[in-house]
Design a protein around this ligand. Structure first.
Ligand SMILES: Cc1cc2nc3c(=O)[nH]c(=O)nc-3n(C[C@H](O)[C@H](O)[C@H](O)COP(=O)(O)OP(=O)(O)OC[C@H]3O[C@@H](n4cnc5c(N)ncnc54)[C@H](O)[C@@H]3O)c2cc1C
Length: 305
């Protein structure tokens, strides 16, 4: 077994997770990605890149069988994956096959000697737990989009095309129903987020017009979701999605710690709030004190590109 991180992204690369792995163990990162993403995997710090050439695999159980066999050859000591729906399905099956400890939905990772310290909210999010696995292989899933991608070009990365012979697929692809239109929030470069201050569903409709003009994703605080102003898939924060866009525009959001947990990695934060003492201003790069609707109306009048 070698001290090495394997980043498993068979259904699509999480560049932020890969660059985090390269930061944790520089020069000792293996990635498993779709063939079309091999160049991106080399850009974000993988040293050895296994590419998948077998089209769409629908059965995570069959893929877990295959990966368990491969891992015996590769001998990676740490296995990381984004906590997407499919990887949440696959990773426990793989952990069982490898007799490995698995920590789900981590919000931070660091190395302590050869141990991976995995941090995640616990006990109804009332505390943050730091977890070390006692097993030979340490496995974790991480909220998608948690880490900002940092380029670590590796032109000498070794590319190994994998032929995958799935013996038996126990699942069959029947139909595909898109969950929502457009890109997932975790991939949006710009996000317009509304809170209780926006006051209504109609208010959110106005925010969505701005979001559309900016080519942005629409997000919400938990209170706004609980009030029915926006659907749950828009929720950003500790119990919602984690995002790190180039620009996050927080409209009528107070800046509670649970909201900040999901968006404080944003490159630039603009806050619009009528209360000059709102905590969000303590984290914003630019603050606009005023009624959200007046400010948004003015923004909508501007020529936005
Ligand atoms: C276990 C747990 C998990 C949680 N998880 C999450 C989570 O994932 N995400 C999340 O967001 N929250 C989460 N919360 C809730 C969080 O604590 C806050 O209650 C929530 O974020 C507040 O949302 P808000 O900022 O929209 O509302 P408020 O705190 O009510 O703030 C509304 C803001 O709007 C401003 N405002 C009012 N009128 C106007 C106006 N006309 N124009 C401009 N501004 C105006 C006010 O000044 C105020 O600052 C969680 C809480 C707990 C206990």
């Amino acid at each position: 077994m070698s001290q090495e991180i394997l980043v498993l992204c068979p259904f699509g690369l999480d560049a932020g997770l890969l660059s985090k792995a390269a930061e944790l163990l520089p020069g000792r990162v293996r990635a498993f990605v779709p063939a079309r993403e091999q160049a991106e995997a080399a850009l974000y710090g993988a040293n050895i890149i296994h590419t998948l050439n077998c089209g769409e695999i629908v059965d995570e159980a069959a893929l877990a069988d295959l990966l368990a066999e491969k891992l015996k050859l590769w001998g990676s000591s740490i296995v990381l994956a984004p906590a997407t729906i499919r990887m949440r399905n696959l990773m426990p099956m793989l952990a069982w096959k490898l007799d490995a400890g698995l920590t789900a939905d981590c919000t931070a990772l660091e190395m302590a000697g050869s141990d991976l310290v995995q941090t995640r909210p616990a006990f109804g999010n009332s505390l943050m737990a730091s977890i070390r696995s006692l097993s030979r292989i340490q496995m974790a899933t991480v909220r998608p989009g948690l880490f900002r991608p940092a380029a670590r070009p590796n032109p000498k990365a070794e590319i190994i095309p994998e032929s995958c012979h799935i013996r038996e697929q126990r699942l069959r692809h029947v139909a595909f129903q898109p969950f929502s239109q457009g890109k997932p929030l975790s991939q949006a470069g710009i996000i317009v987020a509304g809170g209780m201050g926006v006051g209504s569903k109609e208010g959110f409709r106005k925010l969505s017009v701005l979001a559309e003009k900016l080519g942005a994703g629409l997000a919400a605080s938990r209170s706004a979701v609980d009030a029915g102003f926006a659907p749950y898939r828009c929720q950003v924060g500790m119990t919602g999605v984690t995002v790190c866009p180039r620009l996050y525009i927080a409209v009528g959001i107070s800046g509670a710690v649970q909201h900040l947990a999901g968006m404080s990695g944003s490159e630039k934060i603009v806050a619009i709030n009528s209360d000059p003492k709102a905590p969000i201003f303590g984290y914003a790069d630019y603050g606009i004190v005023g009624d959200w609707e007046t400010v948004i109306d003015q923004l909508l009048k501007e020529e936005l590109s």
